[in-house]
Design a protein around this ligand. Structure first.
Ligand SMILES: N[C@@H](CCC(=O)N[C@@H](CS)C(=O)NCC(=O)O)C(=O)O
Length: 226
């Protein structure tokens, strides 16, 4: 990367995953706020970078990159030594990355934006189904993700930390998520939130302390959250 990339972000949005990775990899980068209070993600200038109209986008020497998982993998590909968990095969890494993106993140989006998935009269039923689906998915992770036992930062800690954070903070029911049910995940998140990258991201986006294990609503210096 010859020119520092620019992260189009909004506080506590999926751009947080990318910010954490850039900080963890100690890469210089610029930021541009996408102001969600004015639907900045729908501005023509932003749509020219990311026609999906969602956050994040990372503008790089390779052009604009969108989709959190794609950006994280791209950063890993360009980092010296990569940014995958140690001793993990490329195949296993791709499997888990797609699971985080295609399965867990999609279920969270259904929790946050049910109206994008179903007609208004069926939203309550979808919320009930999604709550139980999310509990199953966090349970699946707890049992099957052996990489949770390795505290080394990676694309996974940068992606999963914010997703665990949001599970308890946003959506129609903010009491349901009980991290204590998942001791392996708890230890993993505790290690991730004590890293300098988490403190720096917290300062930049007003996230408070214990940003993954006991999060509070953000108080961002600018912009708005989900
Ligand atoms: N699959 C996308 C999802 C990103 C996403 O959900 N972004 C949210 C913020 S956390 C967003 O832009 N929401 C605004 C909207 O949907 O209009 C990715 O991984 O980048």
């Amino acid at each position: 990367m010859s020119k520092p990339p620019t992260l189009y972000y909004a506080p506590d949005n999926a751009s947080l995953c990318v910010r954490l990775a850039l900080l963890e990899l100690d890469l210089p980068f610029d930021t541009k706020l996408v102001d969600r209070t004015t639907q900045g993600q729908r501005d023509l200038s932003y749509l020219a970078l990311n026609p999906n109209g969602i956050i994040p986008t990372l503008v790089t020497d390779d052009g604009p990159i969108y989709e959190t998982a794609a950006i994280l993998l791209w950063l890993s590909d360009h980092a010296k030594g990569g940014f995958l968990p140690p001793d993990m095969s490329r195949g296993a890494a791709l499997s888990w990355m797609f699971w985080l993106s295609n399965t867990l993140h999609v279920a969270l989006r259904m929790w946050f934006y049910p109206d994008k998935y179903i007609s208004p009269d069926a939203v309550l039923a979808l919320n009930d189904a999604t709550r139980s689906r999310l509990a199953d998915l966090f349970g699946h992770l707890e049992v099957h993700a052996a990489w949770l036992d390795s505290p080394a930062p990676s694309v996974f800690s940068c992606y999963l930390g914010p997703m665990a954070r949001w599970a308890g903070l946003y959506g129609p029911d903010q009491e349901w998520f009980d991290l204590s049910q998942y001791p392996r995940l708890t230890r993993y998140l505790q290690a991730a939130e004590t890293r300098a990258s988490a403190h720096q991201a917290s300062r930049a986006e007003g996230l408070g302390g214990t940003i993954f294990t006991n999060p509070s609503k953000p108080n961002p210096p600018e912009g708005s959250a989900i």
